[in-house]
Design a protein around this ligand. Sequence first.
Ligand SMILES: [Zn+2]
Length: 277
Amino acid sequence: MKYILAVLLVITSSTLLAQKIAITLDDLPFGYSGGFTDEQKIEAFDKILKTLKKHKVKATLFVTSRNMSEATKVILDKAVAAGHQLGNHTNNHYDLNKVSAEKYIADIDSCQQLTGKWINSNYFRYSMLHRGNTRTKRDSVYSYLKEKGLLIAPVTIDNNEWVYNRGYSLAMKIDDHKNMDKIAREYLYHMKEVTARYQKLSLQLTNREIPQILLLHSNPINADYLGKLLDWYKREGWEFVTLDEAMEDEFYSIKDDYVGPYGFSQLDRIKVSRASN
Ligand SMILES: [Zn+2]
C-alpha cells in the first residue's frame, strides 16, 4: 500500500510539474542552407515533418515568402496537410531597426498576399524579433497588426540556433562530417543551457514556470537534430503543447513596454521594461 501511494505521489507530482513547451519554426519553406537545391530542401523538410509526427508535435511554422520557389511551395502544402499551423513572417525578412514602419507593413502585407493559400492562423512573427527601435515605429506596426487581426507570436526560449546551423551547413557543403558532429553536439548543449536560463528567468519574474515558446528554424541542423532535441525535452519531463495552448496562459497577456533595437525573449522584454519603470 505504502509503495502504491508513493508511486501515485510520484506520478501526480510529475504530472503537476510537467513543463509545457510550444515548438515554432521560422523562415519556411526553408532557411539558411548553404547552396542546397530545392530537392534537398524538400527532403530535409520531410525529415523535420517526420520528427514532429514521431513526437506528436503540432507546431506553428512561420513563412518568409521570399524563401519560396515554385518547387519549394510543396513544403507549405505538406506542412498544412500534416496539421501544422502556418503564420506570417514577412516577405523579405527586413530588419525593422533599418526600414520604415510603412515599408515593413507593406512587407507583412506582401507575405499575406503571396501565402494566403497556406496561412491558416492569424499569428505574425517579427523578423529577427525586432519590433521597432522607436516608439512611433513600434506603435505604427502594432496598430496595423491590430487592424488586420494579426496576433504577435512571441518567443520565450530565444537561442541563436541559426548560428550553429550556419556552421553546420558550411561543414555539410564540404562533407566535413567531423565538424558537423562537433557543431551538432555544441548545438544540443547550447539548447539545454538556454532552456535552463529561461526557466530560471520565468521563476524570477513570475514565481512559476510558464509554458515556454521555443524558436527554431526550418534548416539543415534541425532536419538532422530536431529529433535528438525533442528526445531530450521529453526525457526532462517537458510536454509539447500548441502555440494556442501556450498562449492561453495569463503570462502572455502581460504588456511589456520595451522599445529598442534588440529582438529577444518575451521574458527579457518584460524584465527590461520592468527595470526601466
Ligand atoms: Zn526569421
